[in-house]
Each structure stands twice: as structure tokens, then as C-alpha cells.
Design a protein around this ligand. Structure first.
Ligand code: 3BY
Ligand code: FES
Ligand code: FE
Length: 424
């Protein structure tokens, strides 16, 4: 090994690794995390190395790259990634880094190319990552075959694309099969993005997830969302009322008859799927509860399908209604900066201005995202105070947050080479 290889240098994060493991072992269960988890540079670097570079991350939808040469890009911390539909029709992913001098290769969010051509000196790669052309000036010894793009692991299921920068990524087959099953009615290859938004939140990524995992704040914060959303999504929720349970039983009988999957499924503690009714009478998450797109997704005959909710830790939650779907992707930018991308999906043959008005469709979640951004940013500002100390989560209202923090803590400890102390 080269004597200057980073593996031979001291790990500058070594003290932070030990301190992090100690804090996690000693943390008070069912309490928010100590301050450094939300604002420290070293903790952020560990989150990127140990969580975001090791887990499967939601990247986008297969319908966004329908034809060969269609690509999309994303940044996992410092790691640019490109996902491309190959000549073989398969989805490939690579480090978006040229093998010449390391320039970023694809510089737009999305596009379509015949080959991947580096903007710097025009080295040219096939869609499967092979280097095809490097000019005539690289000398006799130069071997194209040694300079292909570095692959990134990629898997698809139910129209979702996941990437992992890990050498050995966690098992994901069960989740992909479950997604195929739940999303079969939506004909996921035949969707399109009707609206897309990316907002940068001035807060740690875990505060975005924590906020999303509870509806304790909904009454105070989300008047538009509560025109259609039930505050809980599970009949086992300690707050579920008899009226909610009766509504669920009625709707589940309808869904059963329509062969639409609905059962609550949890996999590997990272993934949770469930179909839950919206407020009685509402068929979509819109200001008035009416459908936002007249053409339903897939072959669906009814829009009265509630919302199929899909959670994928660490970086995605989703809502699928009958007329449109919402997919959410969270990517950390810094210890106190996170980008949240939301896409509104409709049937690819739905016609803008005829079947749907994007301005109407986006209203509820534009408002909700902005409200959640403010809440998470205020949460961050208070946490940065020298007076902050971890506070207790409610076991009835915030069990989703408890689950997320327990999962995070367990993954982090395991990846740091420690095991999680028993959760009482
Ligand atoms: O609807 C959601 O995606 C989450 C869950 C509860 C509140 N929040 C807006
Ligand atoms: Fe890509 Fe030179 S860095 S061709
Ligand atoms: Fe919210």
C-alpha cells in the first residue's frame, strides 16, 4: 500500500468515534440526543461515514429515467453520484467522478446523453461505466480498461431507486419485494413528475426526520394538511379512537375488494409501509380533500384509497394517494443544513392544465414543508443553546421518534464497533 494512503494516516475522527459511542451508550432512552449529535462537525462527519455512506439511500424514481441515456445526479455528502439508464435498459449508478483528474462528470440534476462525457478534457464513458475514449495523448502504456467509472451499488423496487456507497450494503431484498407488491397497482414505470421542490433547512438532518416521525405538532402547525390527514395511521396507536377504528375497518374492506395492499408491514426497523384512511370523505391531500389530478395513477378505478405511507430510514417518507403521490428525499449538506426534495407524481398521460393544475396540487405540501422547516430550524436554534439538555419524548405521541432514534443509535454503535446496550 502507498505510504501516503489515507488508511496509513491517523484517523482524525478516532477520538470522536470513542466519544460518540460513549454518549450513545450512556444516553437516556426515550430522550432526545445530546447536543453534539445535532450541531458538531465531527459528529456530522461520522453520520456521513457511518450512516449515509453505509445505508441504502432513496435517490429517485425509475420513471424519472425512462429511456437509455437518461440520468439523474445526487450528492451524498462529498460524494457525487450519477444514476443512468443503460443501453441494456437497466439502472446503473456510478461515482460521478472522472477517472482522469477527478472532475465531476454530469453537472445537471437530470439529463439525457448518448455517452457520459467529462466536461474537462472530454474523456468519454459508455453508459455501463467503461472508458471508451481518452484522446490520443495518454501514451502507450495507458489502458482504457483500467479507468472505468467506479460503480455505486443500486437496486430498484416498486419504482423506487436506492443507492448505497457501502462495500457491503445491508440486506434490502425483502423491502424491494414488499415495494413491488404494494406499488403494483400504481404502474410505477408510467408516472411523471408534475411538480418538484427542494428546500434547504438550516438544521441537522435528524431534526428533519424527528419532526416527520410525529404528529404531536400537527394541530399547532399544519392547518392545510389537517384538511385531509388523520393524526394517526395505525389502529394500535394509543390515541386511536373507536371512530377511527371503525373507519379503518370500513376502508380496509373496500381495499380488500379492490385488491389494493394495505396491511401494516415493518421490515428491518428501517422500513415501514401502511395504507391509512384520510379524513372520511377526503380522497387526496389537497386543500379541499378532492383529487388534484383527474386521471388516476396506474389502472386504479377509485381515488378513495387513503394514503399508502412508506418510510425508509434514513432518508425518505412517502404518500401514495389514488390521483397523485408524494415522494420525499432528505440529504444532509452540513451539521446544520439539510436539503429536502419533494416530488409530486402523476400518471404520465395526465395533461397539465387539463387533468391537473400544479399550483393547486402543490399547495398543501408546500405549506406543510415550509411549516416543518420553521419548526426544525427553531428546534435547531434552541438545541444550540448552552442551556439545552436532552428532553423526554412522549411514548404515545412520539413513539415514531423513539423508533427512529433507537434505530440510529443502534446503527451508529454497531458501525463504530460497539453493540447497543439493552433497551429496557
Ligand atoms: O404526514 C407525514 O408525512 C408526517 C407524519 C405525521 C406528520 N407529518 C407531516
Ligand atoms: Fe475528466 Fe480530465 S478530468 S477528462
Ligand atoms: Fe409536520
Amino acid at each position: 500500500m502507498d505510504s501516503l494512503s489515507p488508511a496509513r494516516l491517523d484517523d482524525p475522527l478516532a477520538p470522536a468515534r470513542e466519544a460518540t459511542a460513549e454518549m450513545l451508550k450512556e444516553r437516556q432512552h426515550n430522550y432526545s440526543l445530546p447536543q453534539p449529535f445535532y450541531n458538531d462537525e465531527r459528529l456530522f462527519a461520522l453520520d456521513m461515514q457511518e450512516i449515509f455512506e453505509k445505508e441504502w439511500l432513496f435517490a429517485g424514481m425509475t420513471s424519472e429515467i425512462p429511456a437509455k441515456g437518461n440520468f439523474m445526479t445526487l450528492e451524498v455528502g462529498d460524494n457525487p453520484v450519477v444514476i443512468v439508464r443503460g443501453n441494456d435498459g437497466e439502472v446503473h449508478a456510478f461515482h460521478n467522478v472522472c477517472r482522469h483528474r477527478g472532475s465531476r462528470l454530469c453537472v445537471t440534476d437530470k439529463g439525457k446523453v448518448a455517452k457520459l462525457v467529462c466536461p474537462y478534457h472530454q474523456w468519454t464513458y459508455e453508459l455501463d461505466g467503461r472508458l471508451l475514449f481518452a484522446g490520443t495523448e495518454m501514451g502507450q502504456e495507458f489502458n482504457l480498461a483500467d479507468h472505468g467509472l467506479k460503480p455505486v451499488q443500486v437496486r430498484t423496487g416498486g419504482g423506487f431507486i436506492f443507492v448505497s456507497l457501502a462495500d457491503e450494503a445491508p440486506e434490502i431484498d425483502g423491502f424491494l419485494e414488499t415495494l413491488d407488491h404494494y406499488l403494483a397497482p400504481y404502474d410505477m414505470e408510467n408516472l411523471k413528475v408534475a411538480v418538484e421542490s427542494s428546500i434547504v433547512e438550516q438544521c441537522n438532518w435528524k431534526l428533519v426526520l424527528e419532526n416527520n416521525r410525529e404528529c404531536y405538532h400537527c394541530n399547532g402547525a399544519h392547518p392545510e394538511l389537517l384538511n385531509s390527514l388523520q393524526e394517526f395511521d395505525d389502529t394500535d396507536d394509543p390515541r386511536a379512537t373507536p371512530a377511527y377504528k371503525e373507519l379503518v375497518a370500513r376502508k380496509q374492506a373496500d381495499w380488500e375488494a379492490q385488491c389494493v395492499p394495505y396491511k401494516l408491514t415493518r421490515l428491518d426497523r428501517r422500513n415501514r409501509l401502511t395504507r391509512t384512511p384520510l379524513l372520511d370523505g377526503a380522497e387526496s391531500m389537497t386543500m379541499d380533500g378532492k383529487r388534484a389530478c383527474q386521471k388516476l395513477m396506474g389502472q386504479l378505478q377509485s381515488a378513495d384509497l387513503g394514503s399508502l405511507r412508506i418510510l425508509h430510514l434514513p432518508n425518505s417518507w412517502n404518500h401514495f394517494m389514488g390521483d397523485h403521490a408524494l415522494v420525499f428525499r432528505v440529504l444532509p449538506l452540513g451539521p446544520q443544513r439539510t436539503v429536502v426534495t419533494t416530488k409530486w407524481l402523476v400518471h404520465k398521460d395526465a395533461v397539465e392544465g387539463v387533468d391537473y393544475d400544479p399550483e393547486q396540487m402543490r399547495k398543501v405540501w408546500d405549506a406543510t414543508n415550509d411549516q416543518d422547516r420553521r419548526l426544525a430550524e427553531e428546534n435547531q436554534r434552541g438545541i444550540n443553546s448552552k442551556s439545552y439538555q436532552p428532553g423526554p419524548y412522549s411514548e404515545t405521541y412520539e413513539y415514531g421518534v423513539i423508533d427512529f432514534i433507537n434505530w440510529y443509535s443502534e446503527r451508529m454503535l454497531e458501525n463504530l464497533g460497539h453493540s447497543q446496550p439493552d433497551l429496557q
